[in-house]
Ligand binder design. Structure first.
Ligand code: TXA
Ligand code: MG
Length: 312
């Protein structure tokens, strides 16, 4: 298949209308979209990414009125969150309508819904005229793409179109919370922090799958975010034993000879650059990447969740 690269949201939307699959920019990471009501197109999304078929997709909407097309009901808490955080980097798990094909949610009765704040994402979803399902636009297990070139690297020849846009502002995926349970559960950390959510839902709890339990967010059990290079955790001023193909990302300038270094100005900057740094290391034959640990609150907690998963 030939992959067309465009900066026209209308050209990109035409592929969706014809049942195709299209990568597009969002403020978190790039997504790979299909019409939520087209089961065949959704199957092609799973195929293009080599995504395990038990991992549900997130619905992306352009305006609040689209929620009633895909969700059975909107609990009061969800309404509060819509008002406060939509559009934004927050995915809210609701009970799904029967019109949404089971393949979209890997058979679950619930559906994650998100309204991206990125202008180009919003114009693209609007032009499609339907809600879109969109996982991150990478081969499953690899670091999520934050540039259109990273999408191209993984998916050229496997998808119909790439809608070009800017580098993703946050660089890590949306926060996922499930409001179908009492108390509501934080399933994945992201740019909207737990501390911020607690201002509106004090009872929200971070979900930790117990050993041997099937995780509530099926994506949590899969290998994720991993470059080919080995990822290792490091503390500031650790005495690291490095080889000639080692790389470092963090805040503290290390006193060892690394082939590649990224010094971040803040947790936000670290998060925005992490996945692209991983990819750049793979492009240049790095075999181990030391990631300096950060304090686990705010976006730092979301960042550490990604780094820890990548290091497994
Ligand atoms: O920022 C994002 O959310 C990006 C952009 C493209 O919007 N999308 C994204 O999708 O990260 P994906 O498929 O890579 O991750 C979706 C995560 C998975 O961990 C999945 O298990 C969880 O959300 N998820 C989706 N639907 C769910 C549901 N109904 N219940 C529980 N977890 C769900
Ligand atoms: Mg993903």
């Amino acid at each position: 298949m030939e992959t067309q690269i465009t900066d026209s949201v209308f050209d990109a939307a035409n592929f969706i209308k014809k049942g195709g699959i299209v990568a597009f920019p969002t403020e978190t990471v790039y997504g790979l979209a299909a019409d939520i009501f087209n089961a065949e197109a959704i199957a092609n999304v799973f195929k293009a990414k080599a995504r395990p078929n038990d991992n549900p997709l997130i619905a992306h909407i352009a305006n609040l009125s689209q929620i009633s097309e895909i969700a059975l009901e909107v609990p009061k808490i969800a309404q509060i969150l819509f008002n406060k955080f939509f559009p934004g980097a927050l995915t809210i798990v609701l009970r799904k309508k029967e019109t949404v094909p089971p393949i979209a949610t890997a058979g679950l009765e619930t559906l994650g819904v998100r309204m991206p704040e990125s202008k180009i994402a919003n114009r693209f979803i609007s032009a499609c005229g339907v809600p879109l399902v969109a996982p991150s636009a990478n081969i499953s297990g690899k670091p999520s793409p934050t540039t259109w070139q990273a999408v191209y690297e993984d998916l050229d020849g496997r998808i119909d179109c790439i809608l070009k846009g800017e580098t993703s502002k946050y660089g890590i995926e949306s926060t996922v919370i499930d409001v179908t349970t009492t108390p509501p559960l934080l399933l994945r950390r992201g740019a909207v922090t737990l501390e911020t959510l607690q201002c509106y839902i004090p009872e929200i709890t971070a979900y930790e799958p117990k050993e041997h339990e099937v995780p509530k967010s099926p994506g949590m059990k899969h290998k994720h975010y991993s470059p080919v290079a080995k990822v290792r955790l490091a503390k500031a001023n650790d005495n690291l034993s490095v080889n000639k193909n080692s790389a470092f990302i963090g805040f503290t300038v290390p006193n060892a000879a690394f082939k590649k270094i990224y010094i971040a100005k803040s947790d936000e900057d670290y998060a925005q650059n992490l996945f692209e740094f991983f990819r750049e290391c793979d492009r240049t034959g790095i075999d181990e990447i030391f990631c300096e640990q950060t304090v686990e609150n705010g976006i730092g907690a979301a960042l550490m969740e990604r780094i820890r998963r990548a290091s497994k």
